[in-house]
Design a protein around this ligand. Sequence first.
Ligand code: PEP
Ligand code: MG
Length: 902
Amino acid sequence: MNYVYFFGAGKAEGDGSMKDLLGGKGAGLAEMTRIGLPVPAGFTITTECCDYYLKHDLKYPKSLRAEVEKNLARLEKATRKKLGDAKDPLLVSVRSGSARSMPGMMETILNLGLNSKSVEALARNTKNERFAWDAYRRFVQMYSSVVIGLPKEELEERLRKMKAGRGVKDDTQVPAEGWRELVAAYKEYFKSKTGKAFPEDPEEQLWGAIGAVFGSWNAEKAVTYRRVERITGLLGTAVNVVQMVFGNTGDNSGTGVCFTRDPSTGEKIFYGDFLINAQGEDVVAGIRTPMHLSEMAARMPKVYKQLEKVRQLLEKHYRDMQDMEFTVEEGTLYMLQTRVGKRTPAATFEIAVDMAKEGLISKEEAIERIKPEDIDRLFYPIVDPSTARADLAKRKVAAGINAVPGAAVGKAVFSAEEAEAMVHRGEKVILVRRETSPEDVGGMFVAQGILTATGGKTSHAAVVARGWGKCCIVGCEELDIDYGMKVAHANGKAFRQGDWITLDGNDGVVYQGQVKLSTPELPEAFSTLMGWADSIRKLHVRTNADTPHDAQKALEMGAEGIGLVRTEHMFFKDFEFPEKSIERQLAIQEMIIADSSIARKKALDKLLPYQRRDFIGIFKVMDGFPVTIRLIDPPLHEFVPHEPEKQRELAAKIGVDVDVIVRRVEQLHEANPMLGHRGCRLAITFPEILEMQVRAIIEAAIECKKAGIKVIPEIMIPLVMDKKELQILTDRTNQVAQEVIRETKVKLEYLVGTMIEIPRAALLADEIAEVAEFFSFGTNDLTQMGMGLSRDDAGRFLPEYVDEKKAGIFSDDPFQTLDIHGVGLLIRWGIERGRSVRPKLEIGICGEHGGDAASVKFCHEVEMDYVSASPFRVPIARLAAAQAVIEERAARKSRGKKKGKM
Ligand code: PEP
Ligand code: MG
């Protein structure tokens, strides 16, 4: 096996495609060498070697020593210098570099090869004693801390002492003598700590550095970074041993970092920083203020021209924006690194669209370059990127599940009522609850963000917040909330009601205080690219919306109809007349509490006008698009009052004794409410509920039709498990609808269909399809019941199932990304069976998965007609649907090619 790959003098053994093996840096250096760019010579030790080293008790593979020696000899030949030579020494850098960029997480050692002899040679050859000794002290300093692990502060302390002794403030004022003195002090410290002299032998130095770089793969900060960035499946880091070039030999030298386009806006301008007479670390450390490239153009016109050429060449070659590091040594340009540049979400769109327009990439490639997170991050406020990491670390209180992205700042408040009161007084709040229930919706709505200690990504808080695009963190189990004392504790920190806190819904982290947020502006390129996606995709994209307001938002996001109106959600809040919210909540509670059909009818009569008004509002917004309205599906426990005060309020409102309410709440108690008397089971036992809802839908539709609005109502029956059950309810639905149509004498087309969300319904889909005119897969419940995982409680242990470092049973949370392997089978079966009876059966999905890119691609594959996503996820679904088509075409093409070869 080959563990080392050489590059230099215009030739390279590796190339740009070998990122996994050579790391991003190694592959980039090899590729740049191949295409004739000025790159210092060197060699890369592979990530496979790192893997071996870490798995074999920090021992190298047997063949490595010989390979390194051979390549070192090649390097010496190519540079005509020798490592450690007393006349013309070769100096090298030893740098990490894995397949995925992990900035600053792993180690680097510069100026390796210096010792007490070669430093004198360097001084002589460069005629710059100060430079040579500065290089040497940097090396001794880095080696001592990185390879040996001596504390940085102790070394820094000696630097400070030396400067103080000489009465100088800046490093640039230190004379050669000062650096000599410091090297001696470092060496003395080194000996006192290790019992050995600082290594003079450059090969010993080299092996020490190689081991340290490999070892840094498992340093705590690197491990944490990979966890946070979800970087998995890599072997380790490569090691790049590269000839040193110096940007700090005088005013004809320098070093810089540049991007082929502006990484914040995406604009096609050459963007970067340059420092005269400096080493790379000086740019990164931000000690001196660098000059803009335009200034470099004036100061070093020849080199700048050359750099501009490199810029064009590299972008053409890689067909993407590049982030490059370079050094100028005595007027000669050297490229030290190139990689695909990180960019803001706005720039991601701008660059993809511009490059497609320039003909550098195809429209399909532009679409493929956008990730779901890029879209997410476009719409939500984010923690300002300029915020110092150290500041964030200090403020961090706890972390939970990042249910809805974005960021929010507000004063903590522990009850929904107080949240509303505080907002009424003009304050901004974050609602903090152990969990939320429909009673909290008013407070949730006015809050900047929502934080719960329990629950997963389909818990009440998450689903409701997602619909509004409101930052939400759930399952923050570390948080110990004391409602009585109005305080929350976690990890030795606390916040009380009224204290400022900040939620970062992207990472699921809670911070103390007000962290600065910023909102990215929606770039024009976004709509251009989404337009391209729309012209490619086959899936339609609808939305889950329960109010005209949400429907309008979804329309702006590109929704082509509504795939799910959860009618029980309509009783949380009156968006048009907020003061009527309480009345609505009481009316639905009255209906649920009712213990006779007369009492129920009385309550239903109160609900009907609310429902009709809401439906009219939604139909108006969705003029010309289908609207799927689901009949009521309230898990009863969520809708009855549990607190004595609320129970008294309801008793007074409907004129019964409070004991009646208490008894009824007890009666309604279910051990497993999610498997209880909910969904269409309610309509089987209390048909009057269905009758009221169907009447409200059809009356609203007819009123809209009369007003010239094109209405396409689809009435959806939830939680169906049997054909006969569906038949009874469909018959009743048709009877009521026809009654209204007869009464009003207005012709109206409508569909009656069902959700497929119980595994039995999926299994018997052919029977169900004999009655249903459409299917909508309710994958929240289908996942819950298919996997036997409680939607409300699984968040407590699911992380163990998903964490690669723990059980790692699933790669994703199945409530977020469809379990294609298992639950997906129920869907495939259901679709095949359903369409075997009714070939044109309209099929969609309305579980949370409808807004998840990977799940949407599956929906395309199984030939659904549409997916339905919460408003803010509509663009993600549009994009994923287009990507599904592009990926399908590519797969077909590659299959065709393979066949052709056989
Ligand atoms: C579902 O179960 O997927 C669904 C959309 O219904 P709900 O989340 O309201 O149960
Ligand atoms: Mg459901």
